[in-house]
Design a protein around this ligand. Structure first.
Ligand code: SF4
Ligand code: SF4
Length: 188
């Protein structure tokens, strides 16, 4: 299959996935509609519009170390409103996969994504308090919770974080689906 026909879910199969992602975002005209539509952009270090510009310029270090990935809630609002019809949410997913698969992301990024997936596996959705509690335990860094405190406070004030307390035990509601995906991946 030629690279231009690849979907963003398939970019990790080619030698230079960033080139394919750059091509998908080539038509971005930096209008900022995506940033204006993103409910989480106030907390991001780079807004969605800035993220696409970094992709276009190939600034991978800044890109993969940005907090923007972890703050994207995959609501698809930016994708729906982009006047150029660009696949923005899928691009974030592809960048996340790339960061983990290639080890480009710093370790804490990969650990954050894994913790995110673990909470989705357990509940079928993210429970923010548990996500962060698990992440802090894995990272074993006493200063890390402090660095997230201002962001956590802002999210709580805006009602973006559920106050549900963590429950660390019990089977995952999505275990069967995750197991099936692993089987399919192993047999493909
Ligand atoms: S809305 Fe679309 S064209 Fe506008 S900045 Fe965002 S990605 Fe680029
Ligand atoms: S999909 Fe992510 S980046 Fe796009 S509007 Fe939603 S939270 Fe923001």
């Amino acid at each position: 299959m030629s690279e231009e026909n690849l979907t963003l879910a398939e970019v990790h199969e080619v030698a230079d996935p960033m080139r394919v992602i750059q091509e998908k975002l080539r038509a971005c005209m930096q209008c900022g509609t995506c940033t204006g539509s993103c409910a989480n952009s106030f907390a991001m270090d780079y807004t969605p519009r800035q993220l696409w510009r970094m992709v276009q310029l190939g600034l991978t270090d800044e890109l993969f170390n940005s907090k923007t990935f972890s703050l994207c809630s995959s609501c698809y609002y930016c994708t729906l409103r982009c006047p150029r019809g660009l696949p923005l949410t899928e691009t974030i997913h592809a960048l996340k996969q790339l960061a983990v698969a290639k080890g480009i992301a710093e370790k804490k990024g990969a650990r954050f994504y894994q913790t995110f997936l673990d909470t989705v596996r357990r509940y079928g959705r993210v429970r923010e308090m548990e996500l962060m509690a698990r992440y802090f335990m894995i990272m074993k860094s006493p200063m890390l919770p402090l660095s997230f405190t201002p962001l956590g406070m802002r999210l709580m004030i805006k009602g973006k974080v559920s106050p549900e307390m963590p429950k660390f035990f019990g089977p995952g509601k999505m275990d069967a689906i995750f197991r099936k995906v692993k089987e399919l991946e192993a047999s493909s």
